[in-house]
Design a protein around this ligand. Structure first.
Ligand SMILES: N[C@@H](CCC[C@H](N)C(=O)O)C(=O)O
Length: 278
């Protein structure tokens, strides 16, 4: 199987051009290629496919083989892939995902894509649409006890489920212990991605993320959007733009209140292309 490894702020996936390649069992393939010792090493697998409704389709799988409905860092890399490898010459493209069609605006420098701005759509607060089991319609700054410690979480869907948890500091966070506790909490029937957030100033937050199906990653685009929306909603920051500082780089998030639409801007990088025998 021919592939290209790419990353968006260190959130790395193996990309397969399904205009040329056929992947029989994407879930099993995701588990194999993601393995950092016996595979290529990645946070998951992303298939770039033809679409009947948009310019391209993105299908994404986490490292444990589960299918995700949206991937913010992944979709920027899909844009770079299709432009840099000549599948399109357009700088405004539409990509179909399991959570709807997304509009992307490509910035090209020296004939290669350097930055991508994505219309990430509307942030969803309704508990049952996220889904999170709750007696209230929305979960905003609600207390939750994990391993005897009280946290406050705000739940938002950006096409996939997120719990945003503010903390005073992130350095000593034992994310490999706390992350799975949130991910598998009974109140999240589909599991959850958890963003631990520290406020740096009125327009900047820092974030570490535990992704369902992949564990700690260096960045999460949908998570950065959810974190910025939670930060604005809870008045931790003033308003947009919100710079989200992640382990692997920075993303800029803009929540347009008039349209109730979130825009994410950030880089996309090709690491290398290769071929693997599965
Ligand atoms: N890293 C992604 C999100 C990937 C999917 C997620 N783990 C899920 O299952 O919902 C991003 O950049 O948004």
């Amino acid at each position: 199987m021919k592939f290209t490894k790419m990353h968006g702020c260190g959130n790395d996936y193996v990309y397969v051009n399904c205009f040329e390649e056929k992947v029989e069992d994407p879930s099993e393939t995701a588990i194999k290629v993601s393995d950092r010792h016996f595979g290529i090493g990645s946070d998951g697998l992303i298939l770039i496919k033809p679409s009947k409704t948009a310019d391209f389709e993105m299908e994404m799988y986490n490292a444990d083989g589960s299918e995700g409905s949206m991937c913010g860092n992944g979709i920027r890399c899909v844009a770079k892939y299709v432009y840099d490898f000549g599948l399109t010459d357009q700088k405004n493209i539409r990509v179909a995902t399991k959570s709807g069609i997304k509009d992307l605006e490509l910035t090209v420098e020296g004939e290669k894509v350097s930055q991508v701005r994505v219309n990430m759509g509307e942030p969803v607060f309704e508990a049952e649409k996220i889904p999170v089991l709750s007696e209230t319609n929305q979960v905003i700054g609600e207390p939750v006890t994990v391993e005897g410690r009280e946290y406050y979480m705000t739940c938002i869907s950006m096409g996939n489920p997120h719990a945003v948890v503010p903390l005073k500091e992130l350095e000593n966070l034992k994310i490999e212990e706390t992350g799975p506790k949130f991910e598998k909490m009974e109140s999240f029937p589909d599991r959850v991605n958890t963003e631990f957030v520290k406020v740096l100033d009125r327009h900047t937050i820092q974030m570490r993320v535990w992704e369902r199906g992949s564990g700690e990653t260096y960045a999460c685009g949908t998570g950065a959007c959810a974190a910025a929306v939670a930060a604005i909603t809870n008045h931790w920051v003033e308003d947009s733009p919100v710079k989200v500082k992640l382990l692997g780089g920075d993303l800029e998030i803009f929540w347009d209140h008039a349209e109730n639409t979130v825009y994410m801007t950030g880089p996309a990088t090709i690491v290398y292309s290769g071929e693997i025998n599965l």
